[in-house]
Design a binder for this molecule. Sequence first.
Ligand code: NAG
Ligand code: NAG
Ligand code: NAG
Ligand code: NAG
Ligand code: NAG
Ligand code: NAG
Length: 619
Amino acid sequence: MEFRKLFLHSSVLVLHFAFSSSRDTITINQTLHDGDFLISRENNFALGFFSPGSSSFRYLGIWYHKVREQTVVWVANRDDPIKGSSGVLSIDQYGNLVLHSYHKQKAPVWTTNVSVEVTDYCVAQLLDTGNLILVRDKSESTVWESFDHPTDTMMPGMKLGLNRRTGMNRFPICWRSADDPGTGNFSLRINPNGSPQVFIYWGIKYIWRGFPWPLKSYADILNVSFVNNQNETYSAHSVTDASVILRITLDHSGLLKKLIWHEKDGKWNEFWSAPKSPCDPYGHCGTYGICDPDYLSRRFECDCFPGYEPKSPRDWHILKDASGGCVRKRLESTSLCGHGEGFVKVANVKLPDTSAAVWVSMNMSPTDCEKNCRRNCSCSAYASIDIAGKETGCLTWYGKLMDTVNNREEGYDIYVRVDAVELAEIAQKWNGFLERKDMLAILVVSVVSAWFVIILFTYLWLKKKKERVRNKWNKRWLDTIGRTYYNETSVENQVEGSMSHPEIAFFNLSTILAATNSFSPANKLGQGGFGVVYKGKLSNGKEVAVKRLSKDSGQGIDEFKNEVLLIAKLQHQNLVKLIGCCIQGEEPLLVYEYMPNKSLDSFLFDMAFMERRENMGDS
Ligand SMILES: *[C@@H]1O[C@H](CO)[C@@H](O)[C@H](O)[C@H]1NC(C)=O
Ligand SMILES: *[C@@H]1O[C@H](CO)[C@@H](O)[C@H](O)[C@H]1NC(C)=O
Ligand SMILES: *[C@@H]1O[C@H](CO)[C@@H](O)[C@H](O)[C@H]1NC(C)=O
Ligand SMILES: *[C@@H]1O[C@H](CO)[C@@H](O)[C@H](O)[C@H]1NC(C)=O
Ligand SMILES: *[C@@H]1O[C@H](CO)[C@@H](O)[C@H](O)[C@H]1NC(C)=O
Ligand SMILES: *[C@@H]1O[C@H](CO)[C@@H](O)[C@H](O)[C@H]1NC(C)=O
């Protein structure tokens, strides 16, 4: 008996498994009972009945099939729980998905309610995106999809926002609690006014505001896009790495969270959430207030825009309550229009609420943007913004500036309209700052100059010392050769000594470089095993051939000396005349007279001669 029961049980399980893994659709007259599942083709998502948390109620929902921790992304009957396992999902003769509970005999617990015409073809399919779609005819046009009716989770590919043609507004609403998927009080919605923004609402009250479009662009794992035209206003996201399971959810406490499933840890890792900082709650510093989340250095996170002051100084300074916001200074006495007013920059802020803002043009220079704002007396501020991949946009505000937050990483500069008095005061402060800055600059410059002078002198001294050593060396060498120098008048020759019997000159490397155009390939005459020969022209017009003895010719400086000595002794009609050498660079250089008519032969001969010498030296 026990065995029989066990066998039955396991065969049910096996059947169940085979059934559920193969099925991702239901059609007319088919049913899905509590305990049955639809599994999407790639096993990404499952649809079935579940009980959330400690609740004993049953709900029809969609969850991640590959995620161990049951994570429900969509609930059909969120406000009409089913008691016990009596729930049945089916498609009625009109082609609507209907959810019945045996305890509620007549009216369905939930229905898609999109059609009233009898049909004989209708299929509901759970897709691998987590979308449950209802297809009414064989042309496969979707008449209903769960993505249009979000619960509390935004899925990749889901649209958040309005379809102006159908009047549909898609937005997630949080659960009541972790145990109750019923409609909660927080929602995530797009406000299409002005430049559209995403808000978290509590009822109809703003709790938090996202970045105005199209400013925020994500280049990381999340690709957020937005569309705003006469037909639609929506935002959607995709995940750039298909292997990542990512969800955006509005939890029951009103926190918007972005989470990634970590298979290894077996849990969701939250990588972003809002509201979080003291400046996140909408309008924390009131109208014309600016909130600074890094306010630790100051006593209060709130400040007023330039030209504005706290409306209630007592609340502001003593109670640290900024909800009253700020008001314009000298409100009665000065005008903001046509009386020498101007604009003051407030740098790096999350731009104020753009519900009352207008994109004047997607292609307007900062100067024109300012002119545009100045022209209209009700324009309170403007921002000139570079939108990646697009032109410079001009955003202008009409009316109050609300919910501005300092944001050093992702902020923009805004220019706020101030009266002439404020402008003058700011200019004065700025000048004062400049004076202080001047003092600082002078100090910095003097310290830097002092260091520079010290370093320069040290460098020159070291250079001089090195030169002295080199010259000493040269002199010694020349003494051993027993010759005096050849002076080429226009060549700056820094070698000390007598210039009376010119035989061999010592050239500066710079002279050689100038003569050969820095060993330009165009000046190359030929190449032998001993090195490369370049044509050059000294500053006195004399044409020379410079042989660059390759470093790996294996010759030490002593061999080189002997070479020069030998060639100098062997000056012969048939040989090209050696004028001098250079030993400043890394490679020793020999400078010959250049004879255009018999150049090649001479050089070839010369090279062969040099190579012969080298071999003789080796043996
Ligand atoms: C279906 O929709 C119609 C109108 O759109 C509405 O009157 C009706 O109450 C809805 N039925 C259910 C069960 O939601
Ligand atoms: C569904 O069931 C009804 C009633 O049993 C029947 O008349 C109808 O033909 C069935 N439709 C399909 C598509 O099987
Ligand atoms: C939603 O707000 C109403 C009205 O303030 C309140 O009675 C209710 O308890 C709130 N619901 C939740 C889930 O917090
Ligand atoms: C981001 O999404 C848009 C619209 O869906 C798409 O055109 C674009 O290719 C996506 N970019 C990346 C990097 O995935
Ligand atoms: C809006 O919808 C109409 C009708 O479907 C279409 O012709 C038009 O191109 C759409 N406009 C945009 C901007 O998508
Ligand atoms: C100023 O701009 C507002 C908002 O765009 C507009 O309604 C108003 O007509 C403009 N006023 C003038 C004088 O251009």
